[in-house]
Design a protein around this ligand. Structure first.
Ligand code: NDP
Ligand code: MG
Ligand code: MG
Length: 341
């Protein structure tokens, strides 16, 4: 059974006595910064020269500095820039300015797990990774609740890394829901596997194949869109509320029977073999290597795949159909929608 932590297990004053620098003010960075500030923590946001995020942080009344200046002053440095740039920011601006004994905090274990960042021995290294998008981390906190967090300590130089990690987790509201103890390795490998094989990769491919199968058989794209994409949310909401069992309880007997007899035909055992191969490439570092090599080259493969995805006919159909739904607002990039993974 996993080890769980709640508000009563943590002492908020530990993090309140430290100066915290949050590097990056994106999905997670804005949520951590604002929640820490509202929990009475001294926060400075560290951003690069000419950063588009600067005005957003300043509008919220946060202190903003260059990454180097924010780090120089900090007892705790939280690295919430995108995973693919973290090692560059770390080497150029964080490591050279890091105070002796300062703690390093991550929101995902990627750079530590795959060795892209190798902190020196004298620093505590821990992770507080909310299991939800940044906008939800902020909204739940503001509403007096919290999003569950994964907590891990990679390096305990001070002998107090756990205390600091739990205090930090409490300050961002995570322990109002629960903190779950894990390791950098477990968090990184399961996070990548989940998003690749089920949440993002698996679900997207399943929806596209469903849409293609119906439209190639001559059905109208609008009808296909409703059946394989729009209604997915309703089904997933039921699963989140009460497991697969509640979903099956709620749908018709016809749908439930079809689930049992056709689900395993579509997602047959070789899909599980494919998943094992995906997991292997995560564990052996091949996925990380391919991602970082592409990013370092200016992301040609990433950009090509993104463009190809946007060209899929389901997107054009969806853009038109969504205009019918007054309650679905067009996605913006101001973290009211946010990314999940
Ligand atoms: P974002 O892509 O939202 O981060 C963007 C921010 O990083 C912007 O403020 C941007 O500033 C800044 N930034 C980009 N490049 C640099 C740079 N070279 N130097 C300094 N700042 C830079 O990141 P996420 O919030 O999505 O991810 C942050 C971490 O949190 C990752 O480790 C991720 O895996 C993890 N995570 C993310 C989740 C999510 O909901 N998105 C969920 C759980 C974990 P600028 O305006 O200058 O571009
Ligand atoms: Mg139906
Ligand atoms: Mg992820």
């Amino acid at each position: 059974m996993a080890e769980l932590f709640y508000d009563d297990d943590a002492d908020l004053s530990v993090i309140q006595q430290k100066k915290v620098a949050v590097i990056g003010y994106g999905s997670q960075g804005h949520a951590h910064s604002l929640n820490l500030r509202d929990s009475g923590v001294d926060v400075t946001v560290g951003l690069r020269e000419g950063s588009a995020s600067r005005a957003k942080a300043e509008d919220q009344g946060l202190k903003v500095a260059s990454v180097a200046d924010a780090v120089r002053d900090a007892d705790v440095v939280v690295i919430l820039a995108p995973d693919q740039v973290q090692r560059l920011v770390y080497a150029d601006e964080i490591a050279p300015n890091l105070k002796e004994g300062a703690a390093l905090v991550f929101g995902h274990g990627f750079n530590i797990r795959f060795g892209y960042i190798k902190p020196e021995a004298g620093h505590d290294v821990f992770m507080v990774a909310p299991k939800g998008p940044g906008h939800l981390v902020r909204r739940e906190y503001a509403d007096g609740r919290g999003v569950p967090v994964l907590v891990a300590v990679e390096q305990d130089a001070s002998g107090h890394a756990w205390e600091t990690a739990l205090s930090y987790a409490k300050a961002i509201g995570g322990l109002r829901a629960a903190g779950i103890k894990t390791t950098f390795t477990e968090e990184t490998e399961t996070d990548l596997f989940g998003e690749q094989s089920v949440l993002c990769g698996g679900a997207s491919q399943l929806v596209q194949y469903g849409f293609e199968t119906l439209t190639e058989a001559g059905y109208q794209p609008e009808i296909a869109y409703f059946e394989v994409l729009h209604e997915l949310k309703l089904i997933v909401d039921l699963m989140v509320e009460g497991g697969i069992a509640k979903q099956r309880w709620s749908v018709s007997d016809t749908a439930e029977y079809g689930d049992y007899v056709s689900g395993p035909r579509v997602i047959d055992p070789h899909v599980k073999d494919n998943m094992k191969a995906v997991l292997e490439d995560i564990q052996n570092g091949k996925f990380a290597e391919r991602f970082i090599a592409d990013q370092d080259a200016g992301a040609p493969e990433f950009k090509e795949l993104r463009a190809k995805g946007e060209q899929h006919p389901i997107e054009a159909t969806g853009r038109e159909l969504r205009k019918m739904f007054a309650w679905i607002k067009p996605t913006d990039t101001d973290y009211t929608e946010g990314s999940v993974a």
